[in-house]
Design a protein around this ligand. Structure first.
Ligand code: FAD
Length: 248
């Protein structure tokens, strides 16, 4: 029992952040995909902006890319191949109390069932999120075994879960790195670009820290000793095969 334990609903967090940006007159929100980065002198120089889905070019002194697991899908950036990201899929169930059913949980319950981790997270609106498996087969859909495992283990941990209404089953990819630390910083030999990705299982928890550090790099603000230590640990060049002294 952790007295101060709390949780964030990512399905509310992300729209709230987008709305906050949208309302700020200092920002211009563009709802398009980035297809490629622009490079000085063709395809090897400093990054000078991005090309959007509709062919529009956006120019910038520094570009920040945070595309989760899809960094290698952004064109004109062969250096992204040195960043070792892999999809770590997780199946997740959503359930809710049936009408008239008394509350089941007051706080997050985590446990191990036959060595497998499982958690149940009660949301304030009565929804209960049950997760989360881990697999590295590259498959985007829900695998029956994963769903079965979660249903079985959640009921073992909290028998009353058997009475919930099952509302959703889905699978998503976590952007995994070799050492499970994020990649926040510059790519080998690429000026004008900062990347922020590889948050693995902790991207919601680490979002404020990741945002703070990436903004510091983009804006060139003074970096504290503590931030410098984190940036050293999360430097994308640590896993590059071309960087001498690569440790992973
Ligand atoms: C089942 C499961 C359970 C999890 N549980 C937790 C948890 O309990 N706590 C926690 O902290 N974290 C958890 N995570 C991890 C967390 O979801 C990730 O670490 C986090 O989402 C990573 O954030 P991100 O913004 O870096 O990447 P993403 O969330 O993947 O976001 C990247 C965004 O960039 C967009 N994008 C990609 N390419 C382009 C492009 N070319 N142009 C424009 N946009 C692009 C994508 O559409 C996407 O919206 C969980 C993940 C899974 C799958």
């Amino acid at each position: 029992l952790v007295a101060g334990d709390h949780q964030i609903n990512p399905r509310k967090l992300v729209p709230a952040l987008i709305e906050a940006l949208d309302r700020d007159p200092g920002f211009r929100l563009i709802r398009q995909r980035v297809t490629a980065v622009l490079r000085d002198g063709g395809d090897t120089g400093a990054v000078t902006g991005v090309t959007l889905d509709d062919g529009t070019d956006l120019h910038a002194t520094t570009t920040l890319l945070c595309p989760g697991v899809s960094l290698a899908g952004i064109g004109n950036l062969p250096e992204a191949d040195c960043v070792r990201l892999r999809p770590v899929h997780g199946d997740i169930l959503r359930a809710r109390l049936r009408p008239g059913q008394p509350p089941l949980l007051e706080r997050t319950v985590r446990g191990m069932v036959d060595g497998r981790p499982v958690y149940l997270v009660p949301r304030t609106d009565g929804e209960i999120v049950i997760g989360a498996t881990e697999r590295e087969d590259g498959f985007d859909g829900v695998v029956l075994e994963g769903a079965y495992q979660l249903l079985r283990d959640a009921q073992t941990l909290v028998p009353g879960a058997a009475d919930l209404e099952l509302t959703e089953i889905l699978a998503r990819a976590r952007p995994g790195t070799p050492d499970d630390l994020p990649y926040i910083g510059r790519l080998d030999g690429v000026d004008g670009l900062v990347v922020s990705t590889g948050y693995s299982r902790h991207g919601i928890l680490l979002a404020p820290l990741g945002g703070h550090l990436a903004a510091g790099l983009v804006l060139g603000t003074d970096i504290t000793t503590e931030d410098a230590a984190i940036l050293a640990a999360t430097d994308p060049r640590r896993t590059s095969p071309h960087t001498s002294g690569a440790t992973v």
